[in-house]
Write a protein that binds this ligand. Sequence first.
Ligand SMILES: Cc1ncc(C[n+]2csc(CCOP(=O)(O)OP(=O)(O)O)c2C)c(N)n1
Length: 336
Amino acid sequence: MTAKLHLDRAHLQGLYRGMLRIRRFEARCVELYQAQAIRGFLHLYDGEEGVAVGVMAALQPQDAVVATYREHGQALARGVPMDRLLAEMLGKVEGSCRGRGGSMHIFDGARRFYGGNAIVGGGLPLAAGLALADARLRPGAVTACFFGEGAVTEGAFHETMNLASIWRLPLLLVCENNLYAMGMPVAEAEAQPSIHRKAEAYRVAAASVDGMDPVEVESAARHAVECVRSGHGPFLLECRTYRFRAHSMFDAQSYRSREEIAQWRERDPLERLRRWMQDNHQITADQFQAIADEVEQELAAALAFAEAGTLEPVEELERFVLMDHVPQEQPQGNAP
Ligand SMILES: Cc1ncc(C[n+]2csc(CCOP(=O)(O)OP(=O)(O)O)c2C)c(N)n1
């Protein structure tokens, strides 16, 4: 069930701007990756932007967010500053994790953004733990956990669903079902490929929504967050989406056809919202241009900040890895 949203122009324009920031940021990251300024892995969110902006619009600052390795979109939509994010991608000390997390492990404690996570399904138990702690220490806060449909084949998903239901945890589970786990199609991996229907077995409330439409996503997410916040326990929101690009920068994509990708590109969340806003006189061509210019300026400033940043000096490399000080006192309690 999705509640009707009151759509004002500023809000719609905000959703569009949010998606454009993610798209342009990642396009620049591809260039930086090709120039070897970004190293390691790079998983793009291209096509899935509507999910991050829609869900994030339904959350409050006191809520927590847990993401996957495809998390630049969630990080930007959650408010992690673009310059600190880009510095992190370039491995600079000025980055959101001092350049130690990189593309897959963006973290920002001040915004309760508890990270990207390279382990498929690894964020789920972490999110359950955050929700459990918040239920005791921060009543009213919701933890939103993003994961791909590939994570649903992991035991961690089922354990989390079960415990979250029994303990009525304030947990919003956001499954980004983009149809493929690397090269594995969901229909070949899942006996029940309609992910939200798995919730019934755990007596968890659930819904499925068109992830290519940020307004639909926000509407469904608002309903889901309301249920969770008012003490009804967890909610599983399946967002049906698609990644336009390869799984990561190393993927020949032999498992899907060009025609399929082209068909999904016709449902591009940015273009759809742009057309709808134009057709319904919610925005002028000048306003579109102003948004595009603003995003380009933000990106240019972020790049200048990141490029001017510092690589960690070699002497610092053991900091945060080994303890400087080992406590002498033995902990109290029974020995195991
Ligand atoms: C526990 C674990 N198993 C396998 C991998 C290798 N791996 C990385 S991404 C991926 C596919 C995950 O697909 P999905 O959860 O649907 O997310 P998507 O990449 O589609 O966003 C796999 C199997 C891993 N990182 N962690």
